[in-house]
Design a protein around this ligand. Structure first.
Ligand code: TMP
Ligand code: ASP
Length: 259
């Protein structure tokens, strides 16, 4: 399968293949889970499918509200067709509640309210462990222009408002999340679009109906139980997966028969 495709790039959670038309790319969501700069690793059956389906849903909703994104359409349970973009080497983290590295760095209690939503920028560079940077670094080193940063900040705020409301409606608190943006040329103009994925791999999602139980990759980072069950619950509440549908696993499972 996929034997004739040209692989462009393989990351920790996704593989990129050349798309069927120029200017397109196929994104393949893997079952690999990594954390802490790839030092903690596992393969979790069904994670890629769940992330693809959740991210597909998010990008469709964002496209509908007029947000420029790289998303074209999903191809199958694990793959999406997207516009080929030059990834801006930044990880934009939007935070609504203190958690993770912010809680640790500033000595805040996880779960404490922030005075307002906070946006942070990290330079996407695994060797340097994605250091936090500010707009001075970003524009001085030319990772993004001041105009691109304006677009990125405005889009991140809009996406946060939209996603926070969407998750609130299904009893989930959007604590924080990470976005990536890309640029491509359209009608001689450079445009910034949302790229990468929006899935429980790069969001913190707390279950407001169940004592703030974690429904995101912290389940894996902190060994809190079944990651697939948590992601499946997110997909179920979003209505992507039908009630009673069992989590998709890639390996065949023994099925007991009643007869
Ligand atoms: P942090 O609290 O570890 O800085 O993470 C903030 C958010 O960004 C959280 O929702 C997880 C996400 N994230 C990624 O998607 N990729 C990463 O490499 C890191 C460190 C965080
Ligand atoms: N995705 C990053 C890694 O694999 C970090 C994380 O999400 O915790 O290292």
């Amino acid at each position: 399968m996929n034997g004739k495709r040209t692989r462009i790039y393989e990351g920790k959670a996704k593989i990129l293949y050349e798309g069927p038309e120029p200017g397109t790319v196929i994104v393949h969501f893997k079952d690999d889970a990594t954390a802490f700069d790839g030092t903690k690793k596992d393969v979790i059956d069904g994670k890629g499918v769940l992330n693809q389906r959740i991210s597909d849903y998010m990008f469709q909703r964002l496209n509908e509200m007029g947000m420029p994104t790289h998303y074209i359409r999903s191809l199958n349970m694990r793959e999406q067709l997207v516009r080929s973009v030059e990834i801006i080497p930044l990880e934009i983290v939007v935070r609504n509640v203190a958690a993770g590295s912010l809680a640790k760095r500033l000595g805040l209690e996880e779960g404490s309210a922030l005075p307002r939503s906070i946006i942070e920028c990290y330079y996407k560079n695994d060797k340097l462990h994605d250091p936090m940077v500010n707009e001075e670094h970003i524009t001085a080193f030319g990772w993004a222009t001041p105009m691109e940063m304006d677009d990125i900040m405005h889009m991140s705020i809009r996406i946060n408002d939209f996603l926070s409301g969407l998750f609130l409606g299904i009893g989930i608190r959007l604590v924080d999340f990470k976005l990536e943006f890309g640029r491509f040329v359209e009608n001689d103009m450079m445009r910034v679009v949302l790229a990468d994925e929006i899935s429980p791999d790069n969001c913190r999602l707390w279950d407001m109906r169940n004592n703030n139980a974690k429904l995101d990759k912290d389940v894996f980072r902190r060994d809190l139980g079944s990651l697939v069950d948590a992601y499946h619950e997110v997909a179920r509440r979003l209505g992507i997966i039908q009630e009673g549908e069992t989590p998709v696993r890639s390996r065949p499972k023994l099925v007991k028969s009643d007869t």
